[in-house]
Design a protein around this ligand. Structure first.
Ligand SMILES: CC(C)(COP(=O)(O)OP(=O)(O)OC[C@H]1O[C@@H](n2cnc3c(N)ncnc32)[C@H](O)[C@@H]1OP(=O)(O)O)[C@@H](O)C(=O)NCCC(=O)NCCS
Length: 403
């Protein structure tokens, strides 16, 4: 098997494999091109697509995106005739090399250019694959569908605000609005919506100031894609959201769509009430944080400092940061271990080298264990990393005692 970067010239082959692999999705090669090769933020995001080849035949592909210390696993699939032979695993190994130092890896939810906000759990093989690779489900979200039957309420009943389609001259006030309220990613998405014809962005203004917006057609246009939308807190409660939503839906209807997709929701009841949208699809969001996978209970002794026992597996490509943290704290003196409430003083005042050696020995066995007296900031950081089971601690302790 050979793994190498693939470009637009493989779009047709990739489309065939993916279309066969995702029976719950319908999409054209053009939409797939947008997801894989049309990077909306080349200034900050690095896009890669890798293909697996068996004697020059493409058998699978996997996409990766990186932005600083964050990364995303994008679309991936393996030709059904080549499954369960390690193709996706080999692709994943290659993809991981594009994330050196990434502390947080999410699945599918590429900023501003996502096919889906998470994994449809009906794609069960992918779910099994991700969990095997250390990804954890951390949140669910839904896409809603709305039948575009109208009528659409496109005018406000108040004179305090005005609504209209955005123009190119709105750029400075939109910049100011997004900087203040909704951030860079949505500003970018909205800029893409402004490239649609007609412009897929409607705004509400108070005087000269933008106070709310709704967009459509920023991506996935063939699905009748709505969003994002948002209202500044000071302008809530005046019915702006509903009118802006309806203006976008009216555009999508005029463009020939019978239905619109409201993705990655959000306030379900708002859309159900104001345009009769219904929950259509559920997605599970998967994430692999910091590359640390801890197994077992965390045993803490509170107070000024905490005695923390951490055991687990480091799954990242870079050196283990917990290990570096251990070494730093070991340099200040390891004090004692608490196991199931009974104190074990044997490890007290270990020399830095000695404690590092335990770490090394356990790392060779595919894991690490540390006993550290830690001040609150680090202890909180470690808490973020997860939990340990008492069984793992007992097992690992037997190992540590012999060192
Ligand atoms: C998910 C998918 C890419 C896996 O490809 P693959 O090449 O068969 O995967 P691998 O052979 O490398 O499998 C690695 C591990 O993943 C897990 N896995 C793979 N297929 C699985 C399945 N059907 N059920 C449960 N776990 C599975 C297993 O742990 C497997 O290890 P094992 O074979 O030692 O048990 C493939 O099934 C696929 O293309 N699915 C449809 C596409 C899809 O859903 N993509 C996600 C949304 S874009």
């Amino acid at each position: 098997m050979e793994i190498r970067t693939v470009g637009r010239d493989f779009l047709g082959d990739i489309h065939s494999i993916l279309a066969e692999s995702l029976p719950h999705d319908r999409f054209s090669a053009a939409l797939l091109h947008e997801k894989l090769f049309d990077n909306p933020r080349p200034d900050t995001d690095l896009y890669h697509t890798f293909g697996a080849f068996d004697r020059n035949r493409l058998t699978g592909f996997m996409q990766s995106v990186r932005r600083g210390d964050r990364a995303w696993l994008g679309l991936f699939a393996v030709d059904p005739a080549f499954r369960r032979r390690g193709v996706a695993s080999a692709l994943f190994e290659r993809v991981q090399e594009t994330w050196p130092g990434a502390t947080d890896v999410e699945v599918l939810a590429l900023p501003g250019n996502y096919f889906a906000p998470g994994l449809d759990p009906r794609y069960t093989a992918a779910l099994g694959f991700l969990e095997r690779r250390g990804f954890e489900r951390f949140k669910d979200c839904v896409n809603m569908t709305v039948d575009l039957t109208g009528p659409f309420v496109t005018r406000l009943t108040t004179d305090d605000f005005t609504v209209r389609r955005a123009t190119a001259e709105d750029a400075p006030r939109l910049d100011e609005f997004f900087t203040r309220h909704f951030g860079e990613d949505w500003r970018f998405e909205v800029q893409r919506a402004q490239r649609a014809l007609p412009v897929g962005l409607h705004v509400a203004l108070s005087g000269e100031r933008v106070v709310a917006f709704a967009a459509h057609s920023s991506q996935n246009r063939e699905w009748g894609f709505f969003g994002p939308m948002g209202t500044a807190p000071e302008a809530e409660g005046h019915g702006l959201g509903r009118v802006l939503l309806h203006r976008c839906l009216a555009d999508l209807y005029a463009a020939g769509h019978g239905r619109a997709v409201i993705p990655w929701v959000g306030p379900i009841s708002f859309y159900a009430r104001h345009c009769g949208a219904r929950v259509d699809r559920v997605f599970w969001r998967y994430r692999r944080a910091a590359g640390v996978r801890l197994e077992g209970d965390r045993l803490l002794e509170g107070g000024e400092t905490a005695v923390l026992t951490v055991a687990g597996r480091w799954t990242g490509a870079t050196p283990c940061p917990v290990d570096r943290a251990i070494q730093r704290h070991v340099a200040r003196g390891v004090h004692r271990v608490v196991i199931d409430g009974s104190r074990l003083e044997a490890i007290g005042d270990a020399a830095p080298g000695q404690a590092t050696a335990w770490g090394g020995r356990l790392r060779e066995a595919g894991g690490f264990l540390c006993f550290v007296r830690v001040p609150p900031p680090l202890h909180t950081a470690m808490e973020l990393a997860g939990v340990l089971t008492t069984a793992v601690i007992r097992e690992t302790l037997a190992d540590a005692q012999t060192l």
